[in-house]
Design a protein around this ligand. Structure first.
Ligand SMILES: NC(=O)c1ccc[n+]([C@@H]2O[C@H](COP(=O)([O-])OP(=O)(O)OC[C@H]3O[C@@H](n4cnc5c(N)ncnc54)[C@H](OP(=O)(O)O)[C@@H]3O)[C@@H](O)[C@H]2O)c1
Length: 301
């Protein structure tokens, strides 16, 4: 079995990656502030802003593949804590790429659709990034640093993710579910478009890439472009929730510290060409994420 190191297993996508990797790889993962209850794996609790920690971990585990997924992901917090974001998102990525290259390991860097400004969608891998937020900028700088430090790299750019937590963490669909569960209304944009992907589907694609000969940038997203309001309606229908809990709003109606682009839909032609994993549309993804069991749990509360 090959050894794989997944950073940020305690986060939302990390949980899916860890669970999906468990059966196929000798799997190692990290957490930082949150030590999950999940005991099928040994957690390495580590602060990735410390260069010595990164070096020691890589030299001790000596993985063949590193999936670098950990990051500061809160767009508004990144705007306020720029130094911490730089250390976590850029410097740690550069060091992980450097130390993985030194032992001949491949690195998959989990980037984001927010490297684009949203002015000319849908975006292919050949389009020029122009991030609007500090978070997006830090992820783009990390892409460049990883590519420069380790020639055996994949930059995987996912779109926004949804689904219940696999181990820990949360997603925008869970945020809506929490609101509706508390009889609260969610305000959802009718003019903000994404190509959302179920995190379980994304994890499957990323693990396929772990054993693929591909190197370079690849977009991994759901197969459907949709605005947040329409996505909310689909989720509400699946969860038997009344549409009255969703209020359509426009981006101009809400002010947030970190700027969000209007449309960062991703083209997935390359992923379709090289991957066996089928990238799902919203209806199929929501069905996979929130099957009958979840629906019953939700309705009984
Ligand atoms: N969520 C989305 O919709 C989305 C969309 C596109 C791309 N992405 C990218 O996908 C990846 C995963 O996103 P996510 O939403 O699943 O993230 P998340 O739930 O916020 O988890 C972030 C992970 O990073 C770890 N972490 C943060 N700071 C750290 C530090 N200083 N040292 C070590 N670990 C640290 C956290 O550890 P603790 O929790 O233990 O503190 C956690 O495991 C990220 O790279 C993100 O940029 C996310």
């Amino acid at each position: 079995m090959k050894k794989i190191l997944i950073t940020g297993g305690s986060g939302f996508l990390g949980g899916y990656l860890v669970k999906a990797a468990g059966a196929r790889f000798e799997t190692f993962t990290t957490c930082f502030r949150n030590l999950p209850e999940y005991k099928k794996i040994t957690w390495q609790q580590i602060d990735l802003t410390d260069a010595g920690n990164i070096r020691n971990m890589i030299e001790k585990i000596r993985p063949e593949i590193v999936i670098h997924n950990a990051a500061m992901t809160n767009v508004d917090l990144c705007e306020k804590q720029k130094r911490q974001t730089q250390q976590t998102n850029i410097r740690a990525s550069k060091l992980l790429a450097k130390y993985s290259a030194a032992i001949g390991a491949k690195i998959i860097y989990i980037s984001t659709d927010l490297v684009f400004d949203g002015k000319a969608p849908p975006y292919s891998e050949k389009d020029r990034p122009n991030p609007l937020s500090f978070y997006g900028w830090s992820k783009r700088q990390a892409e460049l640093a990883v590519a420069a430090a380790n020639p055996n790299h994949i930059i995987a750019r996912p779109a926004i993710m949804y689904g219940p937590p696999a181990i820990s963490g949360t997603s925008f669909s869970e945020w809506m579910r929490d609101f509706w569960q508390n009889q609260k209304t969610t305000k959802l944009f009718t003019d903000q478009f994404r190509t959302p992907i179920y995190a379980g589907n994304l994890a499957q694609a990323v693990l396929e890439l772990a054993e693929h000969s591909f190197t370079g940038i690849i977009h991994i997203a759901g197969s459907e472009r949709i605005d947040r309001y329409q996505f909310g309606l689909l989720l509400a229908h699946r969860l038997n929730r009344d549409e009255k809990y969703i209020q359509p709003v426009q981006m101009k109606d809400i002010s947030l510290p970190g700027v969000r682009p209007a449309d960062v839909s991703l083209q997935i032609d390359l992923a379709r060409k090289i991957l066996k994993t089928k990238l799902l549309d919203c209806k199929a993804g929501i069905q996979a994420a929130y099957g009958n069991k979840n629906k019953q749990t939700f309705l009984s509360t």
